[in-house]
Design a protein around this ligand. Structure first.
Ligand SMILES: [Zn+2]
Length: 390
């Protein structure tokens, strides 16, 4: 059994860096890993696990988890999170309260998230609020936030990210992940490709805004990103090896954020664009899109914009401008990014994603305000345009 955190520990050790923040233990991604969850929970002396799933993930993993827990003498209960009016399962006040009520009703002593990123966000916030630990059983390799401590929630139709907790252990069963809808793995790949522009924006923020920076964290994120790109074909055809590499990369990206204590390495202007689109869809009552699908397409759009700015951009001194151009040279062209997205089986353009040109243009002009204190090239570009108008 290989722990997915091992490479991160080894990379840190090779640089003489001690990792202070505790990681989940173990973090396993292998065929059959689901069956490790019940014995783990019993060994930790929990008795009443509450499995949080939706209808699909209950079928994919939740039902078996409950059988296996009962078989080792635990008394599992289930929260089946219901979809909203549009059919989307979201981490909103209804889902959170539904879970918390079940925690109280059953006297649960641990929460087990069986599902996607959204079910993890519901679980991590409910567990945090109830003072419980939670165990992660992902059913799709769709996002890099499984081990995050922040929970993006939707409260009264507005998205906010609040403090929560990370899982104490992650059991990612490759057999389960491979059976997830193909769009999920493609979205996970899109979330990873987003690092192409987030790593650039982080460099930019470090040089122009004095943002906190760590070579080690950047290298870990970049290595995970490279692995994904090199194995895009295996990921697109969802072979066991491909899905393992994707899951490993998503976990490593998450661990990198934990080490930094901030999301800089994995979230730049492409994530701000994605959030902008998400809020617009919510406001206009349309169905949600997968996070990673939006991030992948947004990454291509940001790359196109940044490369078009490259010639004119000369922030700071000569040396700084040269360093930025060098950093931008490492961001592939939009068409290259779109080619990888296609190979992974996901949408590659705003049209394929279902985002209008009008919304794209508006988001390019306004998305930086979502995170106004973060220095991105998108923000500098828009601040520059505003200065010219005045
Ligand atoms: Zn993301």
């Amino acid at each position: 059994m290989t722990d997915l955190a091992r490479r991160v520990y080894e990379t840190a050790e090779a640089r003489g860096v001690r990792i202070e923040v505790p990681f989940p233990e173990p973090i396993v991604a292998e065929a059959g890993a689901l069956s490790l969850a019940a014995p783990y929970i019993r060994e930790k002396r929990y008795r009443k696990p509450l499995v949080v799933a939706d209808e699909n993930t209950y079928r994919a993993a939740g039902a078996r988890l409950m059988d296996e827990m009962a078989a080792v003498g635990l008394a599992p209960e289930l929260t089946l999170v219901l979809p909203d009016r549009l059919g989307d399962v979201i981490a909103d006040e209804a889902s959170i309260v539904q879970t918390l009520l079940d925690v109280q009703r059953y006297g649960a002593d641990v929460i087990v998230a069986a599902g996607s990123g959204t079910l993890h966000d519901i679980s991590r916030y409910a567990a945090y609020t109830a003072g419980l630990s939670f165990v992660s059983v992902p059913t799709a390799a769709s996002v890099d936030g499984f081990n995050s401590r922040g929970a993006p929630l939707v409260i009264r139709g507005e998205k906010i990210t609040v403090q929560a907790i990370g899982p104490i252990a992650i059991f990612a069963d490759l057999d389960v992940l491979r059976k997830a809808p193909p769009a999920m793995a493609a979205a996970g790949f899109g979330d990873m490709l987003g690092k192409l522009t987030s790593l650039f924006d982080w460099q930019f923020g470090r040089m122009t805004g004095g943002e906190p920076y760590s070579e080690l964290v950047a290298d870990i994120t970049e290595q995970a990103l490279r692995d994904c790109i090199e194995n895009v074909q295996a990921i697109g055809s969802r072979t066991e090896a491909g899905i393992r590499i994707l899951m490993q990369s998503l976990v490593e990206s998450g661990l990198a954020m934990l080490m930094l204590g901030q999301s800089h390495p994995a979230s730049g202007a492409e994530h701000h664009l994605s959030h902008y689109w998400e809020m617009e869809l919510m406001r206009t009552g349309r169905r949600a899109l997968l996070h990673g699908a939006k991030v992948g397409v947004a990454c291509a759009e940001i790359s196109a914009l940044y490369h078009s700015l490259a010639a004119e951009q000369a922030a700071g001194g000569e040396e700084e401008a040269r360093a930025l151009r060098q950093a931008l040279d490492r961001v592939p062209a939009a068409e290259t990014i779109r080619g990888w997205l296609r190979e992974a089986g996901g949408p590659a353009t705003i049209r394929e994603l279902g985002i209008s040109e009008e919304l794209l243009q508006r988001s390019l002009a306004e998305a930086h305000r979502i995170r106004p204190n973060r220095f991105t090239l998108l923000r500098a570009y828009n601040d520059g345009r505003a200065a010219l108008r005045n």
